[in-house]
Write a protein that binds this ligand. Structure first.
Ligand code: SF4
Length: 106
Protein backbone atom coordinates (compact mmCIF):
# COMPACT_ATOMS: atom_id res chain seq x y z
CA UNK A 1 0.00 0.00 0.00
CA UNK A 2 1.36 3.46 -0.75
CA UNK A 3 0.12 6.90 0.17
CA UNK A 4 1.36 10.41 -0.43
CA UNK A 5 3.12 10.15 2.97
CA UNK A 6 4.95 7.04 1.83
CA UNK A 7 8.68 7.67 2.45
CA UNK A 8 9.43 5.92 -0.84
CA UNK A 9 8.76 9.30 -2.47
CA UNK A 10 11.40 11.06 -0.36
CA UNK A 11 14.66 11.34 -2.27
CA UNK A 12 16.51 12.21 0.95
CA UNK A 13 15.61 8.94 2.70
CA UNK A 14 18.68 6.98 3.83
CA UNK A 15 17.48 3.81 2.09
CA UNK A 16 17.28 5.49 -1.34
CA UNK A 17 19.43 3.58 -3.82
CA UNK A 18 20.14 0.72 -1.41
CA UNK A 19 19.30 -2.91 -2.04
CA UNK A 20 15.67 -3.46 -1.04
CA UNK A 21 16.65 -6.87 0.33
CA UNK A 22 18.54 -5.10 3.14
CA UNK A 23 15.16 -4.14 4.64
CA UNK A 24 13.65 -7.60 4.21
CA UNK A 25 16.08 -9.76 6.19
CA UNK A 26 15.42 -13.47 6.44
CA UNK A 27 13.78 -14.60 9.71
CA UNK A 28 16.27 -14.87 12.56
CA UNK A 29 19.02 -12.91 10.77
CA UNK A 30 19.63 -10.38 13.54
CA UNK A 31 22.90 -9.13 12.06
CA UNK A 32 21.00 -8.23 8.90
CA UNK A 33 18.25 -6.57 10.97
CA UNK A 34 20.86 -4.47 12.80
CA UNK A 35 22.39 -3.37 9.49
CA UNK A 36 19.02 -2.12 8.29
CA UNK A 37 18.43 -0.39 11.64
CA UNK A 38 21.80 1.36 11.33
CA UNK A 39 20.67 2.86 8.03
CA UNK A 40 17.34 3.95 9.53
CA UNK A 41 19.09 5.49 12.58
CA UNK A 42 20.72 8.08 10.34
CA UNK A 43 17.71 8.68 8.11
CA UNK A 44 16.50 12.30 7.88
CA UNK A 45 12.90 11.13 7.45
CA UNK A 46 12.91 8.53 10.23
CA UNK A 47 10.06 10.15 12.18
CA UNK A 48 7.86 10.54 9.09
CA UNK A 49 8.60 6.98 8.02
CA UNK A 50 7.74 5.58 11.44
CA UNK A 51 4.49 7.61 11.56
CA UNK A 52 3.57 6.35 8.09
CA UNK A 53 4.36 2.72 8.96
CA UNK A 54 2.67 2.48 12.38
CA UNK A 55 -0.96 2.18 11.19
CA UNK A 56 0.04 -0.13 8.33
CA UNK A 57 1.80 -2.46 10.75
CA UNK A 58 -1.13 -2.38 13.18
CA UNK A 59 -3.40 -3.57 10.33
CA UNK A 60 -0.82 -6.15 9.17
CA UNK A 61 -0.57 -4.35 5.82
CA UNK A 62 3.21 -4.21 6.30
CA UNK A 63 4.97 -7.37 7.50
CA UNK A 64 8.38 -9.03 7.86
CA UNK A 65 10.66 -6.09 7.22
CA UNK A 66 12.61 -3.31 8.91
CA UNK A 67 10.93 0.08 8.60
CA UNK A 68 11.41 3.24 10.61
CA UNK A 69 14.23 1.45 12.40
CA UNK A 70 11.87 -1.17 13.83
CA UNK A 71 11.71 -4.86 12.98
CA UNK A 72 8.21 -5.83 11.83
CA UNK A 73 7.17 -9.43 12.53
CA UNK A 74 6.22 -12.07 9.99
CA UNK A 75 2.59 -12.31 8.88
CA UNK A 76 2.09 -15.41 11.04
CA UNK A 77 2.86 -13.50 14.28
CA UNK A 78 0.11 -12.81 16.79
CA UNK A 79 -1.88 -9.59 16.38
CA UNK A 80 -0.59 -8.42 19.78
CA UNK A 81 2.95 -8.45 18.38
CA UNK A 82 1.84 -6.19 15.53
CA UNK A 83 0.21 -3.82 18.02
CA UNK A 84 3.42 -3.68 20.08
CA UNK A 85 5.45 -3.02 16.95
CA UNK A 86 3.04 -0.27 15.86
CA UNK A 87 3.45 1.27 19.32
CA UNK A 88 7.25 1.15 18.94
CA UNK A 89 6.92 2.94 15.61
CA UNK A 90 4.64 5.57 17.14
CA UNK A 91 7.30 6.17 19.82
CA UNK A 92 10.03 6.54 17.18
CA UNK A 93 7.79 9.01 15.33
CA UNK A 94 7.33 10.99 18.54
CA UNK A 95 10.99 10.89 19.60
CA UNK A 96 12.36 11.53 16.12
CA UNK A 97 15.09 8.96 16.73
CA UNK A 98 15.50 5.33 17.71
CA UNK A 99 15.38 4.53 21.43
CA UNK A 100 18.86 4.47 23.04
CA UNK A 101 18.81 0.66 23.39
CA UNK A 102 18.20 0.27 19.66
CA UNK A 103 21.02 2.66 18.77
CA UNK A 104 23.49 0.89 21.09
CA UNK A 105 22.47 -2.51 19.70
CA UNK A 106 22.84 -1.34 16.09
S1 SF4 B 1 13.57 5.23 8.26
FE1 SF4 B 1 14.55 3.48 7.26
S2 SF4 B 1 12.97 2.52 5.98
FE2 SF4 B 1 12.24 4.58 6.55
S3 SF4 B 1 12.81 5.89 4.84
FE3 SF4 B 1 14.45 6.00 6.35
S4 SF4 B 1 15.96 4.45 5.81
FE4 SF4 B 1 14.06 4.02 4.65
Amino acid sequence: MSTTNDPIYRSDRACAGRELALFFPSPGRMVAVRKAQEVCASCPVLAQCAAWAAPLVERKDLVECVVGGVQVPAWSARIEKFRETAQELAEVALLGHLPDAEIKAA
